[in-house]
Design a protein around this ligand. Structure first.
Ligand SMILES: Nc1ncnc2c1ncn2[C@@H]1O[C@H](COP(=O)(O)OP(=O)(O)O)[C@@H](O)[C@H]1O
Ligand SMILES: [Mg+2]
Length: 378
């Protein structure tokens, strides 16, 4: 005969509720017993550490299941020895290149004896990337401000040099020597003036004229403009765009500028021969590369790749390419990519680069189909 089922006791209800709460937490939780056996591991922890589902792990030694994450093994392993536990620490999981913030606590029983340790943690990768971009923006603002002041200061004496040289030319109409020298002075002054103008164009805040913009049109204009500004030689430009690209909320003129600068760099890296491939895709999920403006919810995004099979870059060069005035070219201004970054930022987009020295380079521009605010970027 079966016993009638009894209602759950308050204690049982609490236990079940507690299990569900921990299981569904948006923070990772991993707890071990004194002997090192895993007692509890929730879904988020399994996701972050790329582990199989929790129940199969319980009872196993933590050092075994986490062997791919030696950093975590070290932290957990030290829990029982540490005099004071870190309040809030961060570490990078070298295995998956994820940054986590964590706190470590000891689990004590009613008598105060240490029976285990628990690690609570959160994925900070996204936060860290945002901070990194923030720092870059600050640096750009500081350098830009200085450059603007210098450009303004240089403009006046430059104009004066041109005027004085003109006077000198009239003073000695007979002397061919003087005429030739003065001509040089004026042409050099004009060149300096062109550089000053480019600097001022760079430091001026980006004001967007946002409209329904066709990416295909912007790319087509960019190819024409780049052909006029750099030597194309026998370089092939291969453009593969899907037929149904949505119109973007973007500044047509400035978007064209972005791709013009990228194409000019690609041509220069190819030195007259090779191939540039331009592709575009629409992304709607984080996995496809869609932007997450609020950190959680993906928005419709267009991903444009400009890939060349040119010189590529060394890691040292790759580190600095977005810095204003950084150039490896004798005649370079080093402002092309700084301007690109500024315009992409103003569109609330992203720009990423991957390169292999000697093999080629890919620039990836990621733009929201609809930017939120049409802010002014300095
Ligand atoms: N497609 C590319 N391939 C190789 N190197 C590149 C590429 N694009 C940019 N670079 C590197 O980045 C540097 C900065 O580029 P940029 O800001 O456009 O300035 P500039 O073209 O005037 O040098 C270049 O000098 C070059 O070293
Ligand atoms: Mg350039």
């Amino acid at each position: 005969m079966q016993m009638p089922k009894r209602a759950a006791t308050p204690q049982q209800l609490t236990d079940v509720f507690f299990r569900h709460m921990v299981g569904n937490m948006r923070n990772g939780v991993l707890a071990i017993a004194r002997d090192g056996a895993v007692v509890l591991v929730n879904d988020e922890a399994c996701r972050l550490f790329a582990l199989p589902p929790g129940p199969t792990l319980v009872g196993q030694p933590f050092a075994d299941i986490l062997r791919k994450h030696p950093d975590i093994v070290r932290v957990l392993g030290g829990a029982f020895e540490m005099v004071t536990l870190p309040n809030r620490a961060e570490l990078r999981l070298t295995s998956t290149d994820t940054v986590i913030g964590y706190t470590l606590s000891l689990v004590r029983d009613e008598a105060g004896a240490t029976v285990g340790a628990a690690l609570f943690f959160k994925d900070l990768t996204h936060v860290e990337q945002m901070e990194e971009r923030e720092r870059l923006r600050d640096r750009l603002a500081a350098v830009g401000e200085m450059a603007a002041v210098m450009a303004h200061e240089i403009k006046n004496p430059l104009a004066a040099i041109e005027v004085v040289a003109g006077l000198l030319r009239r003073k000695a109409p007979q002397s061919d020597d003087v005429q030739a020298l003065v001509k040089d002075i004026i042409s050099e002054a004009k060149m300096a003036n062109a550089i000053v103008q480019e600097v001022l164009a760079f430091v001026r805040p980006v004001r967007l004229q946002v409209d329904r913009t066709s990416l295909a049109d912007a790319l087509a204009s960019a190819v024409v403009l780049a052909d006029g500004k750099a030597t194309r030689g026998s370089i092939l430009v291969d453009m593969a765009l899907p037929p149904q690209l949505p119109l973007l909320g973007a500044d047509q003129h400035q978007l064209t500028q972005v791709f013009t600068n990228l194409l000019i760099n690609a041509y220069e890296a190819l030195e007259g021969r090779g191939r540039v491939v331009i592709t575009a895709t629409v992304a709607t999920t984080a996995a496809e590369g869609a932007l997450l403006p609020d950190g959680h919810q993906p928005v419709a995004t267009v991903v444009v790749d400009v890939t060349d099979d040119g010189s590529g870059m060394t890691p040292e060069v790759a580190d600095k390419i977005f810095n204003p005035f950084f150039t490896t070219k004798a005649q370079g201004s080093g402002l092309g990519l700084a301007i690109v970054r500024k315009i992409v930022d103003a569109h609330e987009g992203r720009i990423d680069m991957t390169t292999t020295d000697g093999r080629g380079t890919r620039f990836r521009v990621t733009l929201p189909v609809e930017p939120h605010k049409h802010a002014t970027h300095h």
